[in-house]
Design a protein around this ligand. Sequence first.
Ligand code: 4NP
Length: 151
Amino acid sequence: MVCLGNICRSPLAEGIMKSKIVQARLNWQVDSAGTNGYHVGEAPHGLSQKVALMHGIDISKQRARNINGNDFDEFDIIYAMAEDVTDEIKWRTGKKFNAAKVKLLMNEVYPGRNMDVPDPWYGAEPGYHKVFDMIDKACDKIIEHYALPTK
Ligand code: 4NP
């Protein structure tokens, strides 16, 4: 799960996806990262933490990191929160960039629409609730699309 700062959107996506994975008893690995490096080592934004906790998800232990080329070896799918993030991933990972692995998160809900999860960084709490709801829907779809039936 990748956004620009790895403090607002992608920590929510990591927390939401992990919580659904536990509920669905899947053994998927999920992580999040950013592309701009300004907040490396920091905990998620206070409002992301607050909104997650209102849904019973504790993301306080996460720490921001940058995406790197090895993530293309580690993970099957790299979800970008927005189109500008995809461009930044490409720029940051150079030869390791694999377009086939990079998907826009909201295309899981609205295929082909290339909708961005809006950056809530400059706004107030309602923006974080909106982002939570969008990501939550997308994570449900990821499980629907990729989890194999148990029987
Ligand atoms: P995020 O939001 O990409 O959802 O974590 C941002 C956080 C910080 C900055 C940009 C976006 N920044 O430029 O510091």
